[in-house]
Design a protein around this ligand. Structure first.
Ligand SMILES: *[C@@H]1O[C@H](CO)[C@@H](O)[C@H](O)[C@H]1NC(C)=O
Ligand SMILES: *[C@@H]1O[C@H](CO)[C@@H](O)[C@H](O)[C@H]1NC(C)=O
Ligand SMILES: *[C@@H]1O[C@H](CO)[C@@H](O)[C@H](O)[C@H]1NC(C)=O
Ligand SMILES: *[C@@H]1O[C@H](CO)[C@@H](O)[C@H](O)[C@H]1NC(C)=O
Length: 618
């Protein structure tokens, strides 16, 4: 009787949980369909109407120059209370009534009257496919690290956001770019999705078994390419003139690797080709007879989200043309994702010594961008092969080979033993360390028959630059400028590119260094986490467990790409990692083997002794 009762209760619970899962799945589908329709309706009319408020113009300039907010990004993330036209009209009336010199108080009042606080368009969203115990946790031996993995998996719930329905109905009231599916944001001041961050976020989600959320984010990007022609830096209209390192095709590849859903890649091909062609055509430069790409922006004026800061650095320049050039350099550096860094400085004497006024991003041919484009072409060819499109496959293989030839001839540097960015002004390679110098390893943009030689060169390049000497990871550059993409800051995506690149080489020495750096990175992040219970946007090469600073804004925590990289490496190396033993899992195992060995030898000796003793003295 009681047994039957128990079975009945279990059955009821099972039905209950199945229904729950079903209704969750249904609500996600409904949500998608609703929003898909909203966007489909909007395609023809979608023209960034809110740009006249958030991207350029007198209102933007006047309010940003008044420094009403600590962080310039705050204002451009605020929602309009009135339509853009009405807002501009009333702003003009204010300007006229104040003799075009309104006081700070006048402007504060205007902002209070016409704008709502930032972030109201984004609701917290608990990913519907989130699961408490993804299987990567089973691959972590150390209980403390396993616990940490669990907490990192929990953070996805804090970083989930979905747009409220009003954004889709009235996009002109917002700076946010509407997308059909909910997203995982980086965190901190970055309350919307970002392009290249999402590559590492999506990999982390896939390891956390959140395939729906990952696919939803990829579909968002594809919908943006369909509407706008490329993917802006982040999910705001004020990023309209610039993109970020092109990793959408890599995201699709990651998704397909995890799910074997080849059809997803095949259906994405048109969009992926479009994005590839946009980068190749709209970013192209001619160097030594090769067509290569540079980071480049196509808008005018200062960065809306850092308006006053840009106007201030532009004071170094006299003419409006020179100032405009400077704004372009700033925004092009932002497109690279490395804003800012001495990587993009070219001094009068051709060195990287300087400050933001020396930004010459558009004149530097970057190793990473061209490697990513090579990778995109290879992957597009691979997806065409899956679809049986032989002609298209051949076409994209050819495009990849052309890029590879350019990378070899212009960016590979025999003397340095590595790839280097190329300075088009002084027509010379830039022999300064940046992790992206190793990006060709990450995407296998080299002649595979040269693997042994490249491995030896790159390892001696690493040795020469003493990159293995930093307790907190490989720094972004070796120069201390106070910019956030310079020494001593270390960034998760760059650790990832270097570590996975070395692993790809697959020579014993490169593999060993790769694993050493991966384990060190995980442990250093763990130390920082146990100190403050934060995952950081960036870390500090000089301090094991130290987080980074500098640059334009305060310390940011959250943090999407850092979480993604750690989750992947916990999953990959979880069995070898043990906290407490400084030397790592391998060291512990060795010690264990030797203890067991000594004990075994002793026991065997004792038994043998006893047997002999007995036989002699019987
Ligand atoms: C790319 O460049 C072409 C030609 O210069 C231009 O017409 C087009 O608007 C650009 N596309 C984007 C998305 O910026
Ligand atoms: C280049 O100029 C900077 C300052 O303008 C100076 O610090 C640096 O030593 C110079 N380097 C060379 C190689 O001349
Ligand atoms: C940046 O360098 C320029 C040119 O050397 C110099 O005139 C300017 O004062 C520097 N700016 C700052 C903020 O140091
Ligand atoms: C790759 O290297 C091999 C051997 O060094 C050489 O024969 C071949 O031409 C190279 N291929 C390319 C595309 O450079």
């Amino acid at each position: 009787m009681t047994r039957l009762g128990l079975v009945a209760i279990q059955l009821l619970l099972l039905i209950w949980s199945c229904l729950g899962a079903l209704s969750q799945a249904k609500s996600l589908i409904d949500y998608r369909v609703d929003n898909e329709n909203a966007i489909a309706k909007d395609v023809e009319t979608y023209n960034f109407e809110s740009c006249q408020i958030y991207c350029y113009g007198e209102l933007l300039k006047t309010i940003q120059m008044a420094k009403l907010f600590e962080d310039s990004k705050t204002f451009v993330d605020m929602k309009l209370k009135q339509a853009p036209a009405k807002t501009l009209e009333d702003f003009e009336l204010l300007m006229e009534s104040k003799n075009r010199t309104p006081s700070r108080e006048d402007l504060q009042k205007f902002v209070d009257d016409y704008f709502s606080p930032k972030g109201t368009e984004l609701e917290l969203w608990t990913p519907t496919d989130w699961t408490a115990n993804p299987s990567f946790l089973d691959r972590i031996t150390d209980p403390d690290l396993k616990q940490w993995g669990q907490e990192l998996n929990n953070i996805w719930k804090d970083l989930g956001r979905k747009m409220n329905d009003d954004v889709l109905k009235n996009p002109e009231y917002y700076s946010i770019i509407p997308v059909p599916n909910p997203v995982i944001i980086p965190g901190g001041r970055f309350i919307e999705f970002y392009y290249w961050d999402s590559y590492w976020i999506i990999r982390g989600l896939l390891h956390s078994e959140m395939q729906d959320t990952a696919r939803g984010m990829i579909e968002n990007f594809m919908s943006i390419v369909q509407r706008i022609g490329f993917i802006p830096n982040g999910g705001r209209v004020y990023y309209w003139g610039r993109s970020q390192p092109p990793l959408l095709t890599g995201m699709v590849k990651s998704y397909v690797d995890f799910t074997n859903d080849d059809l997803f890649a095949i259906n994405a091909l048109e969009v992926l080709e479009h994005e590839f062609e946009y980068f190749v055509n709209n970013h192209s430069v001619q160097v030594k007879g090769h067509n290569l790409a540079v980071y480049r922006d196509s808008s005018t004026g200062p960065r809306p989200e850092s308006y006053r800061e840009d106007v201030e650095t532009a004071e170094n320049f006299d003419t409006p043309e020179a100032k405009e050039d400077h704004y372009s350099e700033l925004k092009s550096a932002a497109e690279s994702g490395m804003d800012f860094s001495s990587r993009w400085f070219i001094n009068e004497n051709g060195t990287n010594v300087g400050n933001l006024s020396h930004l010459r991003t558009r004149s530097i041919v970057p190793v990473d961008l061209n490697s990513f484009l090579y990778w995109n072409a290879k992957l597009i060819a691979e997806f065409h092969a899956k679809a049986g499109n032989v002609d298209k496959m051949t076409e994209y293989e050819k495009k990849a080979q052309t890029l590879l030839q350019g990378i070899q001839d212009v960016l590979w540097n025999e003397e340095a033993g590595c790839w280097l960015d190329y300075d088009m002004i002084n027509e010379k390679p830039r022999d300064y360390f940046v992790p992206t110098n190793l990006a060709p390893l990450f995407v296998k943009a080299y002649n595979i028959s040269d693997t042994e030689k490249i491995s030896a060169s790159v390892l001696s390049y690493i040795e020469k630059n003493k990159l293995d000497t930093f307790p907190g990871g490989v720094p972004n550059t070796l120069y201390h400028t106070g910019e956030q993409w310079d020494f001593p800051n270390v960034w998760a995506p760059m650790q990832y590119i270097v570590v996975e690149g070395l692993a790809n080489l697959n020579t014993p020495a490169a593999k060993e260094l790769s694993k050493k750096w991966a384990l060190r990175w995980v442990k250093s992040n763990f130390k920082a986490y146990t100190d403050n219970f934060h995952m950081y946007e960036k870390y500090n090469a000089e301090e094991f467990g130290g987080h980074g600073g500098g640059g334009e804004y305060g310390v940011q925590t959250g943090f999407g790409w850092s979480n993604g990289v750690i989750i992947e490496w916990l999953s990959k190396h979880g069995r070898e990692l043990s906290e407490g033993s400084g030397g790592g899992g391998a060291g512990t195992t060795k010690r264990l083997i030797s203890v067991v060995g000594v004990a075994a030898v002793t026991i065997v000796a004792l038994i043998a002794g006893r047997v002999l003793w007995k036989s002699w003295f019987k």
